[in-house]
Design a protein around this ligand. Structure first.
Ligand SMILES: Cc1cc2nc3c(=O)[nH]c(=O)nc-3n(C[C@H](O)[C@H](O)[C@H](O)COP(=O)(O)O)c2cc1C
Length: 184
């Protein structure tokens, strides 16, 4: 059984629901970054012990929230020790606009994973982009770098799209399966 850790920040609960859906799919542990950008006491040890690490943050002003960036800067200690080398990595983000410059957040996660010497996993999902496509279809965004969710700026986390949460769950499953294949 491989161990996956989902390390994420959420300001208003949307990214938290995505994190939970992904963790359900991957049978992963959640490591929440708090409002000050800090991990819980055992957080760094959990990340060091995991076979795979998944980054999550809301997209704020075209990139991850500052709390996630504070965590990322603090991960330079793990980088010096090459503690996360050869782990599997993935990422997810939530924003209010369908494009919303989410890609900036996912690209940042990818760069961070590469700096740590990791292996990036995309979602591997077919897009829903035909004339009959619906917003409740899986991967209606047509994006492959990770998992994404779009929720209207005035909608609560309880009103999130079930397709977006399902995307996170399926992505979690894929991350766990590929991590297990590498561990063989
Ligand atoms: C400071 C701030 C900046 C934001 N910037 C963006 C943005 O660049 N693109 C976008 O689509 N939504 C943006 N949003 C909306 C959030 O990404 C969206 O509400 C997201 O679902 C919040 O996730 P959370 O509840 O996990 O914090 C922004 C929200 C805040 C508070």
């Amino acid at each position: 059984m491989v161990s996956i850790a989902v390390v994420y920040h959420s300001g208003y609960g949307h990214t938290q629901r995505q994190a939970q859906a992904l963790a359900d799919g991957a049978a992963a542990r959640l490591v929440a970054i708090d409002a000050d950008g800090n991990l819980p006491a055992a957080g760094w040890d959990e990340l060091a012990a995991a076979d795979g690490i998944v980054f999550g943050a809301p997209t704020y002003m075209g990139g991850p929230s500052w709390q996630f960036k504070r965590f990322a800067d603090a991960s330079s200690k793990a980088w010096y020790a090459q503690a996360w080398k050869d782990k599997v990595f993935g990422g997810f983000t939530s924003s209010s606009s369908p494009a919303g410059d989410k890609a900036g957040t996912l690209d940042y996660f990818f760069t961070l994973a590469m700096q740590h010497g990791g292996l990036w996993v995309g979602n591997g999902m077919m897009p829903s982009n035909s004339k009959t496509a619906q917003r409740e279809d899986p991967n209606w965004h047509g994006l492959w770098r990770g998992a994404v969710a779009t929720t209207a700026i005035d909608a609560s986390s309880g009103e999130m799209s079930s397709a977006d949460l399902e995307m996170a769950r399926q992505y979690g499953e894929r991350l766990a399966q590929l991590t297990a294949r590498l561990a063989r």
